[in-house]
Design a protein around this ligand. Structure first.
Ligand code: AMP
Length: 118
């Protein structure tokens, strides 16, 4: 049987987290170790390991993830100051959780994106 990640459990509310948005396609929650004042993770409700596993069937889902990030950024009032979306894939990116997720980062100047603290 497939091992369930922490993100599976957050989506099903088996473990507590600060969910800021959920619909039939995605769940968004606060990162447990925020790297900046606003650090939200947006994940699909279906399991996808990372960007290597996306197909044409996921185009709408990926677009929806970006749309929800944009809406949350507006709600959090960081749309004018600016923000960054990040998706890590595999070892060299530092992907820790094997469940596709998009980081929404903002609330302060983020600097050069390749120098971001891990
Ligand atoms: P990545 O390095 O792209 O795989 O990012 C995984 C992110 O998940 C990290 O920023 C972690 O802080 C975050 N994370 C891990 N466990 C939890 C959790 N239980 N609740 C919220 N965020 C988490």
């Amino acid at each position: 049987m497939m091992e369930r990640t922490i993100f599976h459990k957050i989506i099903c509310k088996e473990v507590s987290s600060k969910i800021v948005y959920q619909d039939h396609l995605v769940t968004a929650f606060e990162d447990i170790k925020p790297k900046c004042p606003i650090h939200i993770l947006v994940v699909p409700n279906i399991y996808i390991v990372n960007l290597n596993d996306i197909t044409e069937n996921h185009e709408r889902l990926l677009g929806h993830m970006v749309l929800i990030c944009s809406k949350i950024a507006r709600e959090k009032k960081i749309h004018d100051s600016g923000y960054r979306l990040v998706m890590n894939c595999n070892r060299n990116s530092g992907q820790e959780v094997s469940y596709l997720h998009m980081h929404l980062l903002g609330g302060k100047p983020l600097g050069d994106f390749l120098e971001m603290e891990k």
